[in-house]
Ligand binder design. Structure first.
Ligand code: ATP
Ligand code: MG
Length: 337
């Protein structure tokens, strides 16, 4: 058993790496700085943003993962290779890697993950389904026959899994995540106030004043953008109600899909969930009032995991202790896809 074993959560928004015996050794945005002339990846994560800021126009930002799956194989492979170097396991002996993947991943997408990680320098690759890793990271007793429901709201997807007896019994995934919330805020401000704002500004607004549930004492805020008609900078005042309205569709999607997952779960397991509750994780779990909305509309208790952004990789990290020697077909991913 090697200290070089890694667990990787390759998310749409953030990539995290857990090293055996060490804990989380990498936690950065899933973005690369790429030379658009030859496709070379020059930097990853925060370093990529810095590089893009002070480079010629040929250096551009790219996101190799969308909606939880690899959309650019070459970039992903180069990104992982850089990350392995950054965490100090880029040389021999090669590390064994456990990668967290969406439950609904297709066979082709799975193979892309395995190939990207192997060609980036891993000795072997095993996969684990994200809801299962989340349940382990949340400290749930996954081996018991008792059903547990995990709702993981990420940047590009929301994944819902009913976990029992060490596996994902049923699940649902929708293409709604934090990025969609940011885009909805941009759209509303454009439509209502005639002002364009950037993605990063929209994300800040969401984190600072976004909510899924009316909150007492929430105050309006001033937002800087660019007036559409004149192109000039303009400051507009935005109310919490407007932002809640913008987030409404995404929030409804998450709540409705959770209800469906509960309705479709085997009755005994669904019954367990009425007692054990829903475990809400992923960065989107921190949206204010999302827990309240879920609790109210699904009529179950809702618990937000302690560190929603790291729950999945922490769970996968714990599984490294059980990583079998001949990597590939372990834990994950059963055949449903
Ligand atoms: N306090 C907050 N309130 C609302 N959203 C937040 C908060 N903090 C982070 N987020 C959002 O969480 C998202 C990132 O979550 P996370 O890192 O779990 O996604 P990911 O795992 O990379 O994506 P995916 O699982 O969809 O592939 C971003 O959209 C970010 O804006
Ligand atoms: Mg995720």
């Amino acid at each position: 058993m090697s200290k070089r074993d890694l667990a990787i959560d390759l998310g749409t928004a953030n990539t995290l790496v857990f090293q055996r015996g060490k804990g989380i050794v990498f936690d950065e945005p899933t973005v690369v700085a790429m030379n658009s002339r030859n496709g070379d990846v020059l930097a990853v994560g925060r370093e990529a943003w810095e590089l893009i800021g002070r480079s010629p126009a040929s250096v551009v930002a790219a996101r190799p993962i969308m909606r939880g799956v690899i959309t650019d194989f070459e970039l992903t492979q180069q990104m992982i290779r850089l990350i392995l170097n950054m965490v100090g396991v880029g040389r021999f002996p090669k590390p064994r890697v456990l990668v967290c993947v969406p439950s609904a991943i297709t066979e082709v997408e799975r193979r892309a993950v395995e190939d990207a990680v192997t060609s980036a320098g891993a000795r072997s690759v095993a996969l684990v389904e994200e809801p299962l890793a989340a349940a382990i990271g949340a400290g749930l007793p996954i081996q018991e026959p008792l059903g547990n429901l995990v709702v993981d709201v990420g940047g590009g997807t929301t994944e819902i899994g009913v976990i029992a007896m060490g596996g994902v019994v049923t699940g649902k995934a929708i293409r709604i995540g934090g990025f969609d919330m940011d885009a909805a805020i941009q759209r509303l401000i454009k439509k209502r106030h005639g002002v364009a704002i950037g993605e990063t500004t929209a994300e800040k607004i969401k984190i600072q004043m976004g909510s899924a549930y009316p909150a007492a004492g929430a105050r309006p805020a001033q937002v800087r953008g660019r007036e559409m008609t004149t192109g000039m900078p303009k400051v507009v005042t935005i109310t919490p109600g407007e932002i809640r309205e913008a987030l409404g569709e995404a929030v409804r999607g998450i709540v409705e899909t959770t209800r469906e997952a509960l309705a479709e779960a085997p009755p005994e397991l669904a019954h367990d969930v009425l007692e054990t509750g829903v475990f809400l994780t992923g960065g989107g779990a921190m949206l204010k009032g999302l827990d309240m909305r879920l609790a109210q509309e699904c009529e179950v208790p809702v618990h937000v995991t302690e560190q929603p952004l790291t729950t999945v990789v922490e769970g996968a990290g714990r599984l490294l202790e059980y990583l079998p020697d001949n990597g590939s077909a372990f834990f994950a991913g059963s055949s449903k896809s």
